[in-house]
Structures are given as C-alpha cells and as structure tokens.
Write a protein that binds this ligand. Sequence first.
Ligand code: HH2
Length: 284
Amino acid sequence: MIWRCRDVTFDLTDRVLVMGIVNVTPDSFSDGGRYLEPTLAVARCHELLAEGADIVDLGGESTRPGSAAVAPDEQWRRLEPVLTLVMRGRPDAVLSVDTRSADVAERALAAGARIVNDVSALADPAMAGIAADAGAGLVLMHMRGSPETMQRDTAYGDVTAEVTQYLRERAAAAVAAGVAGECIALDPGIGFAKSAQGSLELLARIPELAAIGRPVLVGASRKSFLARLTGDDGVPQDRVPASLAAAALATWQGAHILRVHDVAATVRAARIATAARRAQRVGN
Ligand code: HH2
C-alpha cells in the first residue's frame, strides 16, 4: 500500500502515519483561537514536526458541528503566511490543507502543500482537477450535508456499509476526473453526521473500509463521542487519554493515517499497536 503526495510517496505497508492538526481559526472545537496569530501557528507546525508528525494539516475553517462556512479569501488570508513560512524553513515538510474550496486548495498547492484534505469529498466541482494537476494527495471524507446541519442526520441502517459504499463512489469520481488512484486516501468522517455509537462502530470496522484498497485516515482526536463514552463532561483537552485509546484501536484495526492534536503521545501509542500487529503476523 502506497500513498503518493506529489514528490513524496509514503509506504504504508507496515506503518501508520501521524497527521498533526493546526487550525488557524478563531473557533475550532479544540484549538480555536490558539494559532490564529501566524507566528504561533508556524511555531506549532515546527513543534508537531519535531514531535514526529509525518504530515501537518492546516485548516482555515472550522468544520465542527454547527459551524458556518468561511469564505475562500478569508481562509487563504489565515493560511497563506503560515504555509509560506513553514515551507521556507522546512521545504521537506509534508503539509496538507484542510479545505472544501478548490480555490484555497489551488493556492495552497502553489505555495508547496502536498495534500488536499477535503471533508466534503469533492463538493466543489473544480477540486478533483486541481488535485489531479498537482499530483497531490487527496483525502476524501464521508459526511452528510454540511457541518452546519450534519448532526441532525445521524441515523443509518448500517453505518459502515453506507460509508464504505459512499467512499468507494467518491474515489471512483475522483479517478474519473483524473486523480491517480494511488493519490487517494479515504476517511469515514468520525463525528461528521454520526452518533457516538456510529463513530464507535466505524472505528471497530475499519477493515471493511480498508478493503476498498486505499489508505484509511481516522480523525477521532478529542472528539465529543469519546466524552460520551467515558462520561467526561470537561473540555476537549481532557479527552487526550481517550483519544490515545482510539488511535491505538484504529491502528490495530488497520488504519493508515491518524489525524490528531497530540502528536508526541499518539506516535507512542501507534508504535505499540503497530508492533502488536507485527507480532500477530509473526505468531500466525
Ligand atoms: N475532523 C475535523 C476537521 N477536519 N478532516 C478529516 N479528513 N477527518 C476528520 O475527522 C476531520 C477533518 C474536525 O476537527 P478539528 O480540525 O480539530 O476541528 P475544527 O473542524 O473545529 O477546526
């Protein structure tokens, strides 16, 4: 299993990638407002890379439940200085841009980003062409409707079957629009139009998603379904232990990319789960 992101090709046969999150936003559910100042965001990127992040995912728009869309120009105003400064200092860093806008993706790719993380899975009709032209990595995620409305629509017959079918179709649409299959990664969208039970079920049934044949990205970090399961009623920062458990579980189930806020701790948790997977194969 490989994942091609422009000039960088990840071999995912026997390892999981850790994607660190930096939200250059005033309102993200966990780090909102902390990295709106470009120098703080750049420092956070360097910190996550030093902690062992394989990828840093930069977002200029919150997609938490209930959030409103942010205009492309405003997203880019937030992202541009951060992307430019990080690429200047670390041209080898693999940066991803978390956006539903093809316009923002195009500008980020021109500035050196190597991955487009599109939680809408190509809602913008120009997105696939932009990603294809750059040979960029492309993450396609499942949700229903928009972040503003999605938590009103969390009922499924069989959530894993429906999400798997959707991702299969979106990957085919991307390929039909010119994206190389080996550039695509798929994401069940934990917490996006999902109940806590639905999110848990998707984590537990990752092999069904992985059977599509593309890398599976899991974003469970600090999300509210964890608090619902543990009974914690604190702030997202209190959900780190639960997030590490979810990261280890996802890795054990065969996830290939973990999108997380807490990189250093996740790298260690993933190492244990990866070693256990290897040991299981040796034992068999
Ligand atoms: N989750 C969030 C944002 N982007 N992208 C992918 N591929 N998968 C996810 O699960 C995912 C995502 C939400 O988390 P966060 O970025 O921390 O918060 P916010 O959307 O409030 O900025």
